[in-house]
Design a protein around this ligand. Sequence first.
Ligand code: NDP
Ligand code: OXD
Length: 313
Amino acid sequence: MNLLLAATGWDSAPWIARLGALLPGRRIDTPATLEDRAGVAYALTWRHAEGSLQGLPGLKAIFSLGAGVDHVFADRLLPDAPVVRVVDPDLTQRMSEWVVMQVLLHHRQFRRYDRQQRARIWNEDGAQPSAGEVRVGLLGLGVLGLDAAAKLKALGFDVAGWSRSPKAVVGLATYHGREGLDALVARTDILVSLLPLTADTRGLLSAALFAKLPCDGRTGPALINAGRGGSQVEADIVAALEAGVLKGASLDVFETEPLPADSPLWGREDVYVSPHNAAISAPEAVTRYIAGEILAFERGAPLRNLAERDRGY
Ligand code: NDP
Ligand code: OXD
C-alpha cells in the first residue's frame, strides 16, 4: 500500500515528510526513487510526466494534489484508476478570500485611489455604488463557486451563477448549460470564472462572451478568472480592455504559465495579475485530506470527490 508522489515543479520533500508522518510504515517514492512498482497503491500527482503512472499493477487510486484534474487527464497514457481531487476547507477558504478581494478591488476602484495616493491627489468625485447595485456572475457553481457565492452574498452583492447541470441554491439566481450562459452574462457586471478546464470550457472567456456583458452597470464590466488559463483568450481580453468592452480584469491563471515576460497583461493598470496562487495546495492541509481519504478507503469507505474522465472534471 505504498505511495508514489509525482509532482512536477514542486519540492516533494515537505509532502513526503508529512505523508510519512500521517501514514507511517509505507514507502513514499518519487518517480526518481521508485523501484517497487508493484507495491504502489496510490499515486499523488501534480502535472506528472505523461506515461509516468503506467506499469503500476497494484494502483487503486490517483490523487490530484489540487482541486483541478485537467493536468491528470492531460496524460493520454493515464491508467484506468479512479481519480480523486482535493476538496478541503483550507483550499476553499483561500479561493474565496482571493475572489472576494478581487471583486472588492474592482468594486471599490482600488487602482484609481492607489494612483491618487501616489500623486497626492484628494479627489472624492466618482460613483460609489453599493454592493447591492453590483451584479456578480459566477461561472462554476462547484465547491469553490458555491463558497465564493455565499461569501459575496454575505457582503451584499447581487450574485448569480452558472453550471453545467441545473442547480437550486437558496438566495442565488442560477443558470445552466450553453443556453443559460447568455442570460447569466446579460445580468453581470463582474464575471468570475471558477470553471475547470475541459473541452467545453476551453476558450470560453473570449471576445464573443465579453461583448454580451452589459455596459450599463454601476461598475465593470470586469473579468476575474482563477479557474484555468486555457478557458481564457488573452488576446481577446487585451483587445476588450483597449476597446472599453472590459474595464478591468483579475487573472490568476494564464494560457501559458509562468506568464511570459512579454505578455501585455503585466504592464496594464487595469489588470491584476497573480501567479496561480489564488488557492495554493498547502502541504499540511492537502496531505491531511489525502491520508484521511486513504485510511477511510482502506477501512471500506468509498472514494469521494471523484473526477469523471468523460466530462473532464
Ligand atoms: P467543481 O468540480 O466542484 O466545480 C466545477 C463547476 O464548474 C461545477 O459547478 C460544474 O457544473 C461547472 N462546469 C464544468 N463544466 C461546465 C460547463 N461546460 N458549463 C457550465 N458549467 C460547467 O470544481 P471546484 O469548484 O472545486 O474547482 C473549480 C476549478 O478551480 C478547478 O477545476 C481548478 O481548475 C480551479 N482551481 C484553481 C485554483 C487556483 O489557485 N487558481 C485552485 C483550485 C482550483 P456542475 O455543477 O453542473 O457539475
Ligand atoms: C488547483 C490549483 O487545481 O491550485 O488546486 O490550480
